[in-house]
Ligand binder design. Sequence first.
Ligand code: ACO
Length: 381
Amino acid sequence: MATAQVQLQRGLKGVYIDTSEASFIDGEIGKLLYRGYNIHDLAENCTFEEVVYLLLYGKLPTRKQLAELDKTLKENRSLPKGALDVIRVVQQAHPMDVLRTAVSALSAFDPEAADLSREATIRKGIRLTAQAPTIVAAHDRIRKGLKPVAPNPNLGHAANFLYMLQGTEPDPEDARTLDVDFVLHAEHGVNASAFAARVAASTNADLHCAVAAGVATLKGPWHGGAAEAVMKMVREVADPERARAYAENLLSRGDRVMGFGHRVYKAEDPRARHLRERSRTMGEKKGHPEWFRILQRFENDIMAPYRAKGIFVNVDFYAGSIYYLLGVPDDLFVPIFAMGRVPGWTVQVVEQFSNNILLRPLLQYIGPMDVPFVPIDRRTG
Ligand code: ACO
């Protein structure tokens, strides 16, 4: 009934939609667990490949299990020619639009595209995890008039992405930083993009549809697009002394400082710690400590009063500076987030399928009721 009193939960704030065994977030104290393991232990000790295994199979791999997964990932890095053709056709689009389109296109070449079983969905999730970096790197080279670089089976997931993007083997420490970044982005409950993926899966649409929905939803600057917006802001500021005036101008217009705030965390996002430290060390190593100094000015000075409102840095705040220092073009920042999140979307879809229910909330109608119909030739204005 249109006029009935309903309890609105705008933005689904605080609403639990299901149970999950994938990750646990305590936003009040800034705690994140994947499958029960603390994100700090995983970021400090694990590769992304280990975390992929952990998320998809529920436990940390043995050396043998990890070697098998690594082999499968490497075997699936290359793209079918048809998918590369699609990338060429849409090369002028934003890399997230290209990634979304290529993920859709890959369903045409995946022999298990329509298979909704748990086993097939996990296999497809592994294939998409392997293929996503190749899509992003190949597209970047194609749009620059360069030939895509074939994947290098001697390199791990993160190092191989930098290799395919830049054509040279990366410094191992740079590759490890990107590896940690992938670990930190791998899974985060039913965030906006995972929710979109779950909504698609809730109709019994397959994993490629769900991941395409996830990529589409991650693109916006209130979600995955924040890292790019932070680095744009930092470059415009250029000097720590100009940061306050810049931020005051922004905030006085009612705009937000990108990289701050989170729907769930009302304390510091635990993922930010690792990227903060790597932004500092990488800036020093590469002779560009100024970016870190500007970021610190925002965190410790300008935005410090916002902590009382529960607004702290989020995972994206320091990520942009790292990608920039790695020589990654700005518009690839959010695709990098997407590459890390493919296993998270996959596990969310596997869970949705395991006890599926159509995700279909309600809207409170507030428009006019029972309006008399007017035939087209008697309508005015
Ligand atoms: N800068 C300034 N003020 C902020 C910020 C910010 N970054 N974030 C929230 N606020 C303020 C809001 O203006 C609002 O103020 P009000 O109560 O006076 O109106 C209050 O904090 C609460 O904000 P909401 O929008 O209600 O919080 P919500 O949970 O809906 O938003 C969001 C979370 C979208 C992430 C928001 O904090 C934001 O836009 N941040 C900037 C974008 C960003 O960094 N996104 C990445 C998030 S992390 C990720 O997706 C991986």
